[in-house]
Design a protein around this ligand. Structure first.
Ligand code: OSB
Ligand code: MG
Length: 375
């Protein structure tokens, strides 16, 4: 592939309701879109990706405006020689970008756009490319921290009515045992898990053990990103399976977490780990180790939601992912919205990772695009 231009555009899409986690309240999703215009075998092709980074560095170090800078200043120049010589493929991007430390979400967005272009040129769906084994995936929903338990019960009942197959409750100190108990009492059989986004320390172990009474599928990332050993210690004293999100940034860190006993389950977010190809490697490592995985989310728009569904259709994804309908977060998506059908999201069959986003929607939500020539 030869890259001609890469176009970066920051969108700000309003959320249907504020989304509160232990690290922030979001009322809109700031999301960077990446468009590549390229030639494959002389034929012009366009590919799209979106970046998982939030507006602020509160979930991980990356933030959307910083992704624009690192992409322009450091990532694109690393692709130019391979592009000029027409030997750029999606599978070479990770290695070409490896001189830059970290910045995995920026790398993931660029790799996704290039992979989308490559698969569109080959007329191949992402599910085919991955070797996905399912045509639809069960849909779970991530429920933000609410103002009160009655409000939470209303919200959860609404999602269950819509058909969501699993509830993930965001927790933090002061909002944990009581809301979990309330959901469990109202819905004795619902598949339920919690996500703390690193809001606790090991000093809270005795408190967190109280969650063992509620038959949770897992507890996600109770401790800080760097606390692999402490997660392993906590895992030893809790009955609830330990799941890591923030701590797993690569297949290597997944292998470490598994070996240490810090993770019985792994949340795989393609953006967090540097892209879909590394995400698949984590799936493979976990599957070979007998560790369950599921696909996490970063409030994806239609540019990445279907690609997440294709990834989650691999055989090792044995738990429902945070792959909800577009309407969970957005009144209006930038592609054809993903909808819930019988509690599932259909795995896309079109070529590439996504539909081309609607130009009118991009204009409505977006700042001016930044068009970068690839030298
Ligand atoms: O920890 O899984 C998380 C959203 C933003 C940042 C971190 C997380 C989340 C979610 C939302 O839980 C999942 C989704 O996109 O549905
Ligand atoms: Mg999480």
């Amino acid at each position: 592939m030869i890259l001609d231009t890469v176009t970066l555009r920051l969108l700000r899409i309003p959320l249907v309701a504020p989304f509160t986690t232990s690290f922030s309240t979001q009322t809109a999703r700031t999301v960077l879109t990446v468009r590549v215009d390229a030639r494959v075998g002389g034929t012009e092709v366009t590919g799209w990706g979106e970046c998982g980074a939030l507006a602020e560095p509160v979930y991980s170090e990356e933030y959307a405006a910083g992704v624009v800078d690192v992409t322009e200043r450091f990532l694109l120049p690393l692709l130019s020689e391979a592009s000029r010589e027409d030997r750029l493929t999606a599978e070479t991007v990770g290695e070409l970008l490896s001189p830059i430390v970290g910045h995995r979400m920026a790398k993931a967005a660029l790799e996704s756009a290039i992979l989308d272009a490559q698969l569109k040129a080959a007329d191949q769906s992402f599910a085919q490319y991955l070797g996905a084994t399912r045509t639809r995936v069960p849909s779970g929903v991530s429920v933000g921290i609410q103002d009160s338990v009655p409000q939470l019960l209303d919200t959860v009942a609404g999602y269950l009515d819509e058909g969501y197959q699993r509830i993930k409750l965001k927790i933090q100190p002061g909002w944990d045992v009581a809301p979990v108990r309330a959901i469990r009492e109202a819905h004795p059989d619902v598949a339920l898990q919690v996500d703390a986004n690193a809001a606790y320390t090991l000093v809270d172990a005795a408190h967190l053990r109280r969650l063992d009474d509620f038959d949770l599928l897992l507890i996600e990332q109770p401790l800080a990103e760097d606390d692999l050993r402490q997660h392993a210690e906590l895992a030893r004293v809790m009955k609830t399976p330990m799941c890591l999100d923030e701590s797993v940034v690569s297949a290597a860190s997944a292998a470490d977490a598994i070996h240490l006993g810090a993770a019985a389950v792994i949340n795989i977010k393609p953006s967090r780990v540097g892209g879909y190809l590394e995400a698949r490697r984590i799936h493979d490592v976990a599957r070979a180790s007998g560790i369950a995985v599921w696909c996490g989310g970063m409030l994806e728009t239609g540019i990445a939601r279907g690609a997440n569904a294709a990834l989650a259709a691999l055989p090792g994804f044995t738990l429902p992912g945070d792959i909800s309908a577009s309407s969970r977060f957005y009144t209006e998506d930038v592609t054809t919205p993903y909808v819930l059908e019988d509690g599932h999201i259909a795995v896309p069959t079109f070529a590439g990772l996504c539909e081309d986003p609607d130009p009118a929607a991009l204009d409505r939500f977006g700042e001016a695009p930044r068009v970068l020539a690839v030298a």
